[in-house]
Write a protein that binds this ligand. Structure first.
Ligand code: IMP
Length: 428
């Protein structure tokens, strides 16, 4: 009999505060597994006042009892992974192969992927996607085209050199002929790769086998999503999306665990909406009011430092996300950021019932609710929240069709209000 496994996914455009929710749930998990994306993600955790930003290693690493897995669906930049291991070690977090396993089937981000990502973005001119420039898209492209390099091949010195040398022919043609940049030599790529491969080899594992064994032993697995529902390659605001499946269903393909072993799906939504990078953003506020919210919420990208666009809560969007992910529990984050507003707008529908995330123009229909104008960071129970704040949350629940199981009222681990047994006793 397996434990109740949990999946955490973002319901908007990323940056919903998933890191904190994963950090809470990791307390009762044996394994925390990432299943997609790469170091385009940035999870900011605040533990005992200390801020840690993780891009690749699952947020569960800060809990000594949890083993972390980077699943086959993730794309791994070995240099970034090693830097993250160093940064954690400097903070006294022990990351040995008993704490971290990386899938032998995960694809590796190589220097030409990063270079091509930035060259292509510049070449797009005014139709830029606003990628993070980390080589994510080009690496997933190579994976789909069956010319990628997987961790197992990266770790074997002979295979690596031969494969990269062959791949460089085509890549260098693009780099120099299309984009006018200096071609890469096999020796320089090898000089970069060899020490990284040596260091990472101890972490490589048959991660599906490891997860199946955990399931059989009744150990809980927590699947950590990155980015958000509307950055999903299929269901997001294409082409302004990332290159992986960000939905809860992606946890299966991205780790090798079957769908019957996903139990609770925790969807994380910010109490308002943000988006970094280009693409549609129906509830954007604009002007000074947007800047005000951005400053209050500290809405600057954890990975790139770019200012995020800010807007009102978009209920049709989140309702669609609830369905796309089979959300069982909602976690609503950053409610405290709205405490200074006199009134709050809530997008309750789109004109002409436009489909959220689709090519149809989405013109929001707003309802205005009174603000609560009171600091809520100290609230630790539902009853301690002001009535106007509870009304705002209840209205969101009605509109999106899922229960709010956790309310986050501040950045710290304990600044939460639990409304469901799955979060009981985890804060603090
Ligand atoms: P890429 O994933 O770097 O290819 O970028 C594609 C789009 O996804 C861009 O709009 C990025 O800003 C956005 N994006 C990628 N990762 C994240 C994330 O973790 N949070 C928010 N936006 C992201």
């Amino acid at each position: 009999m397996s434990a109740q496994n949990q999946v955490v996914v973002g319901l908007q455009w990323g940056d919903e505060g998933k890191g904190k929710i994963v950090d809470l749930l990791a307390r009762s998990a044996a394994i925390v597994a990432r299943f997609q994306g790469g170091n385009n993600a940035g999870h900011t955790l605040v533990v005992e006042g200390k801020k840690t930003v993780l891009h690749l290693i699952p947020s569960g690493i800060l809990h000594p009892g949890a083993r972390c897995v980077i699943g086959n669906g993730v794309v791994i930049d070995p240099e970034v992974l090693c830097q993250e291991l160093d940064a954690l070690a400097a903070e006294g977090v022990d990351v040995t192969p008993t704490r971290l396993a990386i899938s032998t089937n995960a694809h590796v981000i190589l220097p030409y992927h990063r270079l091509l990502d930035s060259c292509r973005e510049s070449a797009r001119g005014s139709s830029k996607i606003g990628t993070t420039g980390r080589g994510i898209g080009p690496t997933y492209e190579d994976k789909a085209a069956r010319r990628g390099l997987r961790v197992a091949e990266f770790l074997s010195a002979d295979t690596r050199r031969a494969r990269i040398e062959a791949l460089l022919v085509d890549k260098n043609r693009q780099i120099s002929e299309w984009f006018g940049q200096a071609p890469l030599s096999i020796d320089e790529v090898e000089a970069w790769a060899a020490p990284l491969a040596e260091r990472l080899s101890a972490f490589a594992a048959d991660t599906p086998g490891l997860l199946h064994a955990a399931n059989a032993a009744g150990d809980r697995i927590l699947f950590e999503g990155a980015q958000g529902t509307f950055l999903d390659l299929d269901h997001g605001t294409y082409p302004f999306v990332t290159s992986s499946t960000t939905l809860a269903g992606g946890a299966c393909a991205g780790t090798g665990v079957g769908p019957r072993d996903l139990h609770n799906i925790i969807g994380v939504a910010k109490a308002y909406t943000t988006r970094v990078g280009a693409g549609p953003f129906p509830t954007g506020i604009g002007g000074e009011a947007e800047e005000y919210l951005r400053q209050l919420g500290g809405e600057f990208g954890a990975t790139t430092g770019r200012p995020r666009r800010c807007g009102w809560f978009d209920a049709p969007l989140v309702k669609r996300a609830v369905l796309l992910n089979s959300v069982t529990h909602l976690a609503l984050t950053k409610l405290d950021i709205l405490s200074e507003h006199d009134e709050l707008k809530l997008c309750v529908a789109y004109e002409d019932d436009a489909v959220p995330g689709s090519h149809q123009p989405q013109v929001p229909v707003y309802e205005t609710l009174p603000g609560w104008k009171q600091d809520i960071r100290g609230a630790r129970s539902w009853d301690a929240l002001p009535q106007a704040c509870r009304d705002y949350i209840t209205r969101i629940e009605e509109l999106v069709g899922a229960p709010v199981a956790l309310v986050s009222v501040g950045p710290g681990r304990n600044e939460v209000i639990s409304r469901d047994p799955i979060f009981e006793g985890l804060a603090g």
